[in-house]
Design a protein around this ligand. Structure first.
Ligand SMILES: [Zn+2]
Length: 296
């Protein structure tokens, strides 16, 4: 019995330790030097290169503009979670630095700013979307294909709001959608749904998760039940805030959308099964992009 108690208290102690180290890790600053902080103190820019102050300032402005657009369009419902600690932005010299981040901030390869300036504005909105969704979610669980679907489509909508033309990336995404099988999409919306899945060992599975998630969100916006939910993004932001309160994702979805999540999953797979080619993106953000990648 004593041994049992000892084991339990060891377990509790190690849980505490991992909790504390988790908190410490969350508070850590990036390894790179701090280059500049935005005037409102909301964003900190770190970099491993000698960034020109003008360049640093321009990037912070890019981030703030994307942030303002997100605040307006997402309407996250828990305002106390909107600020908290500053968002840490890392601009790295490594050309292969992947875009990505956590609840604290995100990383972008400096080269992307110069070679893909339009696409990168969308990437910034995508990553900021993740940062705030994670703050809103807390310990709650949101399916990875939903968070990625939100990030990708919001990145597109943000670029679109700036009047930027479709990118080769959008054409590639539309082409993938045309080629996905019902089995692949069923795998995405049923199996790959727990947590924010990023399988680094299987880039194709990761692309299916992200692109399939984006397609699912657009399907929900335009097509589900014949009319869809035009305000799908603020609704999903509400679902995410509900999950923060300890409500399971499926229950939060039902509360906000008024339909069972499983009904949408089934309807989406039926849609994938019964459509092909351009019909798969009808009324969606990729309409007109399938098969036209060489025309602009
Ligand atoms: Zn993402």
């Amino acid at each position: 019995m004593k041994k049992f108690h000892f084991k339990v208290s060891l377990l509790i102690a190690s849980l505490w330790l991992s909790l504390i180290s988790g908190v410490l890790a969350a508070g850590n600053a990036p390894d790179e030097p701090l280059v500049m902080t935005s005037g409102d103190g909301r964003f900190e820019l770190y970099s491993d290169t000698n960034l020109d102050p003008k360049e640093a300032h321009a990037f912070l402005l890019t981030v703030q503009n994307a942030w303002n657009w997100l605040l307006e369009t997402q309407q996250w419902v828990n305002p106390t979670l909107l600020d908290g600690q500053p968002v840490q932005l890392r601009l790295l010299d490594d050309d292969n630095a992947p875009s990505g981040g956590s609840g604290r901030g995100f990383t972008i390869a400096l080269k992307r700013l110069y070679t893909l300036p339009d696409l990168t504005k969308g990437t910034v909105a995508h990553e900021l979307n993740h940062v705030q969704d994670r703050r809103q979610t807390g310990n709650g669980v949101v399916p990875g294909f939903i968070t990625e679907g939100r990030g990708l489509t919001n990145g597109f909508w943000y670029r679109y709001s700036l009047g930027l033309p479709p990118q080769p990336y959008d054409h590639a995404l539309a082409r993938s959608i045309a080629n996905f099988t019902p089995e692949q999409m069923s795998d995405v919306v049923h199996r790959m749904q727990r947590g924010d899945v990023h399988d680094a060992n299987d880039p194709k599975a990761n692309a299916r998760l992200e692109f399939g998630g984006a397609w699912f969100v657009e399907y929900l916006r335009t097509t589900f039940n014949g009319h869809g939910f035009p305000d799908v993004q603020p609704r999903l932001a509400s679902v995410i805030s509900e999950v923060h309160n300890g409500i399971p994702f499926e229950d939060a979805f039902k509360k906000v959308f008024g339909v069972e999540f499983s009904r949408v999953q089934d309807a989406f797979i039926a849609f994938v099964t019964n459509t092909e080619g351009t019909h798969r993106v009808k009324s969606m953000i990729w309409e007109g992009l399938i098969g036209k990648e060489n025309r602009n």
